[in-house]
Design a protein around this ligand. Structure first.
Ligand SMILES: Cc1cc2nc3c(=O)[nH]c(=O)nc-3n(C[C@H](O)[C@H](O)[C@H](O)COP(=O)(O)OP(=O)(O)OC[C@H]3O[C@@H](n4cnc5c(N)ncnc54)[C@H](O)[C@@H]3O)c2cc1C
Length: 340
């Protein structure tokens, strides 16, 4: 690991003033939350910020209901959020996406802010040797012609097919969440679905955040019917693995007919991926197995498979279909756990 300076300021104002986006030699400092992505990448020398601004003393660690909205502090841990009744009972898709991520040890320290900003697990990004436009702009993409089994089929570009690895963001995107941020010259709200950038010509730019912009929290409106929601994750082993494909689904149903659907796809895209065409297709439809399969097909329209990852297209289609059918069945099979 390359030497760096460490600060742990006691206020948000101090933190955004301290992070030092210019840094020595033009390389910027960075915020440190749970450190489970950041320190990993620093040890691999994939990133080498000259300074870390630890946000552990800033509070930002509460979940509160504000009217019809839920507010999640950026430093809430994954474990804390997963077991909170507002998520666990009010929108199980959010809770399940967190429970199915990483390991208990990681979930106890990793934060929601750090989770949505986690970097790709593309092996060519992480090896710090191969050409990678995300790590070293203009160097090329070793993944496109390489071992790309785990990488994306949706939202790719000729410059990058790195998949977005997180689970929680694919559930959060269902609820029109807003990202609240602070900078030295003031804060702003960013629509969550506008936070991450497609790779296109600049894979190195992953979000719209400025270097000195701190995420302080997330606001989301969780409708009553979001109790009928699920996160299905398909992976190589049933625990402690990133998604090959996943689907986040919430349904407002009138009997067997869908009033409103919210659907997102994970594991297979370069950014958190809301499937709006699927939502439009489902509105007003009776949710049969045939309709669910067609929804899965629509979710992957335009997908591009590469040598080793084309299997994600049929797998992802079936993941979406299964999630829809599972969620549609929830009101017919109450669990007794109080969610219906
Ligand atoms: C072995 C392993 C398995 C994993 N499996 C999964 C999985 O299955 N599913 C999944 O979703 N994730 C998985 N993860 C990823 C893990 O969930 C993330 O590493 C974690 O959520 C990051 O949170 P953190 O608080 O540790 O962030 P950090 O590592 O501290 O920060 C991550 C990034 O976010 C920035 N940052 C952090 N907080 C803020 C803020 N408030 N404002 C602005 N910038 C900020 C940092 O500067 C850094 O760039 C796994 C990780 C490991 C190591």
């Amino acid at each position: 690991m390359i030497p760096f300076t460490y600060n742990a300021p006691g206020s948000i104002d101090e933190a955004v003033a301290t992070v030092d986006p210019m840094g020595p030699a033009g390389q910027g400092g960075a915020f440190l939350a749970g450190g489970t992505t950041m320190l990993d990448l620093m040890k691999l020398t994939v990133v080498s910020p000259p300074s870390l601004t630890d946000i552990q003393k800033l509070g930002l660690d509460e979940i509160v209901q504000e009217g019809d909205q839920v507010h999640l502090g950026a430093r809430v841990t994954m474990a804390q959020a997963a077991e909170h009744p507002l998520l666990r009972d009010g929108a199980p898709v959010l809770s399940e996406a967190l429970w199915k991520a990483a390991s208990p040890q990681l979930r106890n320290v990793a934060t929601l802010g750090g989770n949505v900003l986690q970097r790709t697990r593309c092996p060519y990004f992480r090896d710090n040797v191969s050409p990678c436009n995300k790590r070293e702009p203009g160097s090329g993409c070793a993944a496109i012609g390489g071992i790309n089994r785990l990488l994306a089929v949706l939202g790719t570009s000729e410059n990058c097919i790195a998949s977005y690895a997180g689970d929680f963001a694919n559930a959060l995107i269902l609820f029109d969440a807003v990202v609240e941020t602070e900078r030295p010259d003031g804060g702003r709200d960013i629509a969550f679905d506008a936070l991450h950038l497609l790779p296109q010509d600049h894979p190195e730019r992953e979000t719209v955040l400025e270097d000195d912009e701190l995420i302080t929290g997330f606001r989301l409106t969780v409708p009553e019917w979001a109790r009928r929601s699920r996160y299905i994750k398909v992976r190589d082993r049933e625990s402690y693995a990133f998604a090959l494909t996943s689907a986040a689904v919430a349904l407002d149903m009138d009997g067997d007919t869908v009033r409103e659907a919210r659907v997102a796809v994970g594991g297979a895209a370069t950014v958190p991926w809301r499937a709006e065409a699927v939502e439009d297709f489902l509105a007003g439809q009776a949710l049969t197995e045939e309709v669910a399969m067609e929804a899965g097909r629509i979710a992957f329209e335009g997908a591009q498979g590469y040598e080793h990852n084309a299997f994600k297209i049929p797998l992802g289609q079936r993941t979406v279909a299964k999630a829809l059918l599972d969620v549609a069945a929830i009101d017919q099979t109450p669990t007794g756990g109080g969610s219906e």
